[in-house]
Design a protein around this ligand. Structure first.
Ligand SMILES: Nc1ncnc2c1ncn2[C@@H]1O[C@H](COP(=O)(O)OP(=O)(O)OP(=O)(O)O)[C@@H](O)[C@H]1O
Length: 719
């Protein structure tokens, strides 16, 4: 595993250290010595040297004794926790878990100590109290009360819109379509799910169908729609295909990463008039495919413009734009009776979050543009474009008023089981149907959680099943779970996207590859297991629900050390309400009650856990057993853990103080990956090799070479 720099390692907070008030009572030397001894054990632990449970036990008992001598309330609370920890050792024994008491541990061979199951509910950091500011959120109107039929559109196009059940325009459509029909460049910002696709697609199709001479395939590419992800390309193409139903001579098509270049070339040779593309693949074709040229290009639409001008895409987009402008200048091409010139190219930039980069591009690339910002009361002309963009693009964001936003503070150890409980609650034990998208930080985490949930919480083995850890073949699934990330083969990506869009209920585990632009009908919950890198990303992730006025919910998981992130959101006029972790964990009770009971089996025979903590512990244990009972599973869990830690180092500087590796307790974090200890301690050999290699590199060179960027981690790779 790639380790963080050693200074960080030494600072890693194990989370169960004394609380602030407790610290004050640790005034005397004896207490300091105990504390020092604890941290030296922690250092040893992280460095891969196992600290014996006996030693840790001694520390707990000593601390309990210390606390008994003091009388303040915090210490009383700590005493309760410690007492409960000692008693829980006995509970876990009763439950048939590997023995954890001192005497039994002594009797165990050394290898078995690896399988000690630590308590989920002890030694967690305190959950801080939070004073959320009451912020007035930016609100945008969705519908405009104006009809498409009031616009100068061809009657056939209006009847096509009717067939799509689209009669009333949304606010952004009502404001944007007339300007685009007049040929104006436009910079468009409106909240997620407000109908921006049709805001450019309707005037585009209308303009193309009303050409003096009917368009032919041989005319080649007249419009390019650039989007950041393959799924968004599929979705945008589907909308365009519906719109051209009444003018079938206009041919829309697509080039995206992951598809066969050869067949894309063949399609381009045949002729595509509206080309939807991801930047990387389009750039490739622009240099290698002779039949693709932009000499007749009239419309360039950049959807999710801020994402496309991000560091990850900036180069490709800039090269593409240069290529387009060059080809148009070099060819004195006749396009529908007029000579092509720069001013013929109508450009439209759209997003729910417009950044300063977009503003910069708009100021150099757009000619006399109109700025449409729905959160402002009115639209304005291009004369004050930079002023407008500054006011509205930085700071506050608009989110749908039908969106309910929540957070839950969950310690590392409990994060996985809380997520599992949430999914069980929504997809298994609820009488109503729910569709949930869970954003996870890396591809490896998506992959591991997908397999884990499929093998545990989504497995119904009937009454014959006594052990959920084996015998996967005999199981049936209870609800739909899907995984989507950038490292999947394109055919599976497309299949998952289409199946999840069509399903009535289920869960999609994904990376940020699904965060932008996708309209997945009926999604009513967005869960973020980790905070996103930026507020813009937050807005887009939660924007996958509560679309076009429908009610939706979003839940953000935060660690106790990350609560300051709520202030960051507050400063962008985003305010979240709290959901208690225990209220989510309650679903574990329903789950344990539903487990099959079978005579003669130790696990099934035991009484269904009544208390939430016991039920959650049972669920966690079942997931750990599953992980430890399969060849590849443990390796995948470790890989997910490692990728998570790496991704945690990639938060941008603006939030680095909140999401800093030094706040992560690796041992506790391991629980979120069903690991009974952090992989650093398990893979001492390879770790030390890596450390040696690191020593050979200067610290700066190491970071440059090894540290993945957050935008790369969110793998928006277009191919
Ligand atoms: N005038 C309308 N009336 C009813 N539904 C509409 C209308 N316009 C668009 N929609 C529907 O609203 C949904 C969201 O539209 P769209 O995907 O274009 O939103 P968006 O603003 O591009 O969102 P994002 O910022 O997330 O990309 C789509 O299913 C679309 O069919």
């Amino acid at each position: 595993m790639d380790l963080p720099d050693s200074s960080l390692l030494l600072n890693i907070n194990l989370g169960d250290g004394p609380t602030k008030s407790n610290k004050q009572s640790y005034g005397n030397d004896k207490k300091k010595r105990i504390k020092k001894r604890k941290f030296s054990k922690i250092k040893k632990f992280i460095a891969g040297n196992k600290v014996s449970r006996k030693e840790l036990g001694t520390y707990d008992e000593a601390r309990l004794k210390q606390n008994t001598e003091t009388s303040d309330t915090t210490n009383r609370k700590n005493n309760e926790q410690l007492t409960s920890k000692l008693s829980e050792k006995v509970i876990s024994q009763k439950d048939g878990a590997p023995a954890t008491t001192e005497s039994s541990r002594k009797a165990q061979p050394r290898t078995q100590s690896k399988h000690v199951i630590s308590s989920l509910f002890n030694k967690n950091p305190d959950i801080p109290s939070i004073n959320q500011k009451d912020v007035k959120r930016n609100e945008e109107k969705i519908f405009s009360k104006k009809l498409f039929s009031e616009l100068p559109l061809h009657p056939h196009l209006i009847s096509t819109l009717d067939k799509m059940c689209l009669a009333e325009m949304t606010e952004v459509q009502q404001q944007a379509v007339p300007h685009i029909l007049q040929g104006r460049d436009a910079l468009i910002k409106s909240q997620t799910g407000s109908g921006k696709t049709l805001a450019y697609a309707v005037p585009l199709v209308q303009s193309l169908r009303s050409k003096a001479r009917q368009i032919r395939r041989a005319d080649g590419v007249l419009a390019v729609v650039l989007v950041p992800t393959r799924e968004l390309a599929l979705q945008s193409l589907a909308v365009l295909k519906k719109l051209v139903q009444s003018c079938i001579w206009i041919v829309p098509g697509m080039v995206i990463g992951g598809e066969s270049r050869k067949s894309e070339k063949a399609r381009l040779r045949k002729g595509i008039n509206i080309l939807v593309a991801t930047p990387g693949r389009l750039l490739e074709h622009s240099t290698c495919t002779n039949s693709l040229n932009f000499s007749r290009l009239e419309y360039l639409i950049i959807d999710e413009a801020d994402r496309l001008l991000d560091m990850g895409f900036e180069k490709d987009v800039t090269k593409l734009m240069n290529c387009i402008l060059e080809q148009r200048q070099n060819t004195s091409c006749v396009g529908f009776g007029e000579e092509a010139s720069r001013s013929d190219l109508q450009m439209i930039l759209l997003s729910a979050t417009l950044s300063t980069d977009v503003k910069r591009l708009a100021s150099v690339a757009l000619t006399d543009p109109v700025t449409i910002n729905i959160s402002d009361t009115s639209s304005s002309d291009g004369s004050n474009i930079s002023h407008q963009a500054t006011d509205s693009c930085e700071g506050a964001f608009s989110l749908p008023s039908s969106l309910n936003q929540y957070y839950t503070i969950t310690p590392s150890k409990l994060r996985l089981v809380t997520l599992a409980a949430f999914i069980l609650d929504k997809c298994k034990h609820s009488s109503s149907k729910h569709k949930v998208i869970v954003f996870l930080p890396t591809q490896e985490v998506v992959q591991f959680y997908y397999m884990l949930f499929e093998g545990t919480i989504n497995t119904d083995k009937g009454d014959d099943s006594s052990d959920i850890s084996d015998d996967d073949e005999a199981s049936t699934t209870i609800f739909d779970i899907f995984a989507l990330h950038g490292d999947m083969e394109q055919k599976y990506r497309t299949e998952v996207f289409q199946r999840f869009a069509a399903t009535e209920s289920g869960v999609l585990l994904c990376t940020d590859v699904a965060a932008r632009g996708l309209h997945l009908p009926s999604v009513d919950w967005i869960v973020q297991l980790c905070a996103p890198a930026s507020t813009e990303d937050y807005v887009h992730r939660v924007g996958r629900t509560a679309r076009i006025g429908v009610i939706g919910n979003a839940l953000l998981f935060l660690l106790p050390s990350e609560v300051k992130y709520l202030e960051t959101l507050n400063s962008s006029k985003i305010s979240l309400k709290s959901i208690e972790m225990n209220s989510v964990l309650k679903a574990c009770l329903a789950e344990s009650a539903s487990l099959p009971k079978k005579s003669g089996n130790r696990r099934a025979d035991r009484q269904a856990p009544q208390r939430i903590q016991e039920a959650a512990t049972a669920l966690q244990q079942s997931m750990e057993e599953w992980t430890y009972n399969g060849g590849e599973r443990l390796a995948q869990a470790k890989s997910a853990f490692q990728s998570f830690v790496r991704s945690y180092t990639t938060y941008p500087a603006s939030v680095k103080d909140i999401f800093h590796l030094k706040h992560l307790h690796l041992g506790h974090l391991a629980k979120s990956f069903c690991l009974r200890e952090a992989p650093t301690a398990m893979t001492g050999g390879s770790t030390s090799k890596k450390m040696d290699k690191r020593k050979r590199l200067s610290r700066k060179a190491y970071h440059q070479a090894k540290k993945p960027r957050h935008d790369k981690m969110s793998e928006f790779a277009s191919g």
